[in-house]
Design a protein around this ligand. Sequence first.
Ligand code: 5GP
Length: 130
Amino acid sequence: MATIFSRIIAGEIPCYKVAEDDKFFAFLDINPLVKGHTLVVPKQEVDYIFDLSDEDLAAMHIFAKKIAKAIKKAFPCQKVGEAVIGLEVPHAHIHLIPIRKESDMLFSNPKLKLSDEEFAAIAKAISSSL
Ligand code: 5GP
């Protein structure tokens, strides 16, 4: 069965898309730690990120770098932090999180509740900063 992220990539489940190319897809995390929290996923359905080939792992980070630059432009921050956890959804993904301090990256923090309009505006702000 396809993962929830494959179904998002296929357009079967809606998302707030930020960008895509032939191999990777970026969209907003639905439970963001901060505004601009974005997920980067390979279109290839692989659970564990370190099972990707060297080429795909490098390419995923090069794609993530472009998204991180756009996030930083749209949501001024000290840095865009990167995290890979992957215990909830078995489809490799990089969390990109604009941070001002270390604790902004704590996944135990309460998640933001945003409206449809807010999510759409955030995705647009990032994609138009690419
Ligand atoms: P992890 O596997 O890295 O521990 O967590 C998975 C992440 O994916 C979580 O931050 C969660 O909010 C996000 N997520 C799970 N399901 C969906 C979904 O259907 N849509 C979106 N946009 N994000 C999701």
